[in-house]
Design a protein around this ligand. Structure first.
Ligand code: GAL
Length: 439
């Protein structure tokens, strides 16, 4: 499939509060240690606070965020950054906190939001955002951010947020020391046979899962649907043009039930990073997760090296496809420190900002002009594959489907992990698709 069609499809388809940590003049030295770029001369005359809302509290994600804060503080040393990050992977806690604040007209200055439906079908539709089209044009971002990405943060002729990265959701990570001489699996059958062989060697739960919030099981569903049906099937299904009671979805659920037989029994009490930790410690061999897991591995102490200590293959059966998860920052209406927020968006959009942020975060940059040489070899191949693979927007991470559907899928998947009821689950999914997905 030519990549132009690939990209058009992609665009069409996308339709407990952490302690507030402040970064500002006083914290700059602390953060300076992370920097590998010479700091630009401080240029800002801005003062006051800048409150940034996200869910980046895990290893890798918090380190990437700190790099953006550092770059901001270098430029605007008199602004005090208030880090309003809410723990819980994929925003499982943060989104509810944000909703309460937005509804009470108490927005942060800027917040993390996935490109696509999570942004457009909610805050933009509700008239709670300011367009950032003029900032986009002032920065000439058409030259450096692909049109596909611009399109999924646009509606009604305006641009509504700045993409900072592209994550990949369809990845199987493994500890290379634990894997030993075994080959990483490329099909579902190879995966189960590998899991069996590690069980026989005494690793009781070779597939690590942290399913707190259930979105991690929703990722297993979307990756499995992609593996069994391919990208066109996937796109139709998540646009409400297919049926979740179809045999390919049921096959996926049956495979998921099998995989759940190999996971750590405490998975409902762990988040994605704790599951990655089981792989890091060699207590499990594999985990299926987005490439923020790479950010986790490389930011551990001691750090794990890509392709030496840990490795990755596409989720079995999905090679050639790139499940995209795009983090962006937007400008809510009535941002308390609007000028500081616009300056933040400019840092997020900048080549230097994305060059600092993405190697720590595990993602590839949204901009195309960030040098590949600053990235690890896995990110370098992902940068190449992003250009040639079929791009498939994630439903679990807000791009393909609206939040009401994604959140219903999470609940259904949580129940499925207990019941393993394939038919009932397929019907429940289809009922939510009919309710929330319009074709
Ligand atoms: C995703 C987000 C990633 C990463 C992950 C785990 O939704 O796009 O940047 O943070 O959640 O928290």
């Amino acid at each position: 499939m030519p990549s132009t069609v690939t990209r058009r499809d992609f665009v069409k388809s996308a339709g407990a509060l952490a302690s507030a940590v402040t970064f500002g003049a006083g914290a700059v030295e602390l953060l300076q240690a992370c920097g590998n770029q010479p700091a630009p001369a401080a240029s800002g005359t801005l003062t006051g606070n800048l409150e940034i809302f996200s869910w980046w509290t895990g290893a890798g994600e918090k380190d990437g965020l700190a790099m953006l804060y550092k770059r901001y503080s270098d430029q605007y040393p008199q602004v005090k950054i208030v880090n309003a990050a809410v723990a819980g992977g994929a925003g499982s806690q943060a989104k509810a906190v944000l909703t309460t604040r937005m509804q009470a007209n108490q927005p942060p200055d800027s917040f993390q939001v996935h490109a696509g439906q999570e942004l457009i079908a909610t805050w933009v539709k509700a008239g709670k955002m300011e367009p950032i089209t003029s900032t986009w044009n002032e920065l000439g971002l058409d030259k450096s951010i692909p049109k596909d990405l611009k399109d999924i943060v646009s509606s009604g002729g305006d641009v509504w947020s700045i993409p900072v990265n592209v994550h990949r959701g369809n990845a199987l990570w493994f500890n290379l020391h634990t894997l030993g001489n075994a080959s990483p699996p490329t099909t579902f059958d190879e995966l189960t046979s590998s899991l069996n062989s590690f069980k026989a060697k005494g690793i009781q739960h070779p597939l690590a899962l942290g399913s707190q919030g259930n979105w991690q099981i929703a990722m297993l569903l979307e990756n499995g649907v992609l593996a069994n049906g391919g990208p066109d099937y996937y796109n139709k299904l998540f646009k409400g043009q297919g049926s979740f009671t179809d045999s390919k979805v049921k096959d996926t659920l049956t495979q998921m039930a099998t995989l759940l037989g190999y996971v750590n029994p405490d998975h409902t009490t762990l988040d994605w990073d704790a599951a990655a930790g089981l792989v890091a410690k060699g207590q499990a061999v594999y985990t299926i997760m987005g490439d923020w897991a790479k950010g986790y591995f490389t930011n551990l102490t001691p750090a794990m090296a890509p392709n030496q200590d840990f490795g990755v293959v596409a989720h079995p059966g999905t090679k050639g496809n790139y499940v995209t998860v795009v983090d962006t920052f937007g400008l809510p209406k009535n941002a308390p420190h609007r000028a500081n927020a616009v300056a933040w968006l400019k840092v997020v959009a900048s080549e230097r900002g994305q060059e600092d942020f993405n190697p720590k975060k595990g993602s590839i940059p949204a901009r195309t002009d960030v040098p590949a040489s600053v990235f690890d070899p896995i990110a370098q191949s992902y940068m190449r594959e992003f250009k040639t693979n079929r791009l498939v927007p994630s439903s679990a991470h807000g791009s393909a489907t609206p939040p009401n559907f994604a959140s219903a899928v999470n609940d259904i998947m949580g129940q499925f992990a207990q019941s393993k009821d394939v038919s009932g689950t397929a019907q429940a999914l289809q009922q939510k698709a009919q309710q929330f997905l319009t074709s």
